[in-house]
Design a protein around this ligand. Sequence first.
Ligand SMILES: *Cc1c(COP(=O)(O)O)cnc(C)c1O
Length: 228
Amino acid sequence: MTYTEIQARYAALNLTIEKAQKETGVATSPITLIAVTKQQSIQNIRALLDLQHYTYAENRIAEAAQKWPALRAESPLIELHLIGALQTNKARAAVALFDVIETLDRPALADAIYKEALRVGKVQRCYIQINIGQEPQKSGVAPQDLLSLYKYACALSHITVEGLMCIPPEHLAPEPFFEKMHHYQQQLKLPCLSMGMSGDFISAIAHGATHVRIGTALMGEREVKTVK
Ligand SMILES: *Cc1c(COP(=O)(O)O)cnc(C)c1O
C-alpha cells in the first residue's frame, strides 16, 4: 500500500473505532489503536508516524531491534508493545526495546523480566496473556492459573501489571472469549484489556477492549520477510 493509502485507512479506522465505542463500547476512556507493524516496512510505519500516531506493536525481538531504535531516536513519544511469545533468555532485549510486554504468561518469565528490569533500573509495564481458548499450541497462561500468576507478578518490584491480553481461537466466534476476558479484567480491576485484531476489533470493543491491535486492516498485507 502507498503512503497516502495508509494515511487514508488510518483516518477511516479511527472513525470506525470511535463509532464502535460510542454505539456499543464498554470501556470508558478512548480506545487505543495499536498499529501492528510486524513485517511492515519503515516506509509504511512512517506514514503513521507522520500523522503523529505513536502506539505500535511488534511480535519478534530481532525484527523490533532492527526497526525501532532509529525511529525512537526521532520520536520520543513512541510507545512500543511486544505482542509475540517471549523466551526467558530474551528478557534482556525485551526490557531494553519495549515499553509494554503484553505476553507475560508464566512465573519464570516474570522472574526473568524482574531481574533485568531491576538491573537497568526500569519499571517494566506488562499485560498478562491468557490462553483464553485453552489451545495446546498457543502461549498464554491457562485461565485457572491467572490469579496465581497475577499475584506472583504483583509481588515483584520493577514489574507492573496493567492489563490482560488474548488472541482467541482462529476458527470460532470470538465473542464468548472476549466476554471471559472482560470478566477477568473486572475481577482483577485492571485498566487495560488488549483484544481485537483486523477481523474482530469491532466486536472486541463491544465486549470491553481498551486496546485493539491492528495490522493488515491498516497497512495491508505484510510484506517484509521476518528477520531471523
Ligand atoms: C499480527 C498480530 C495482530 C494483528 O493482526 P491483523 O490481523 O493483521 O490485524 C494482532 N495481535 C497479534 C498478537 C498479532 O500477532
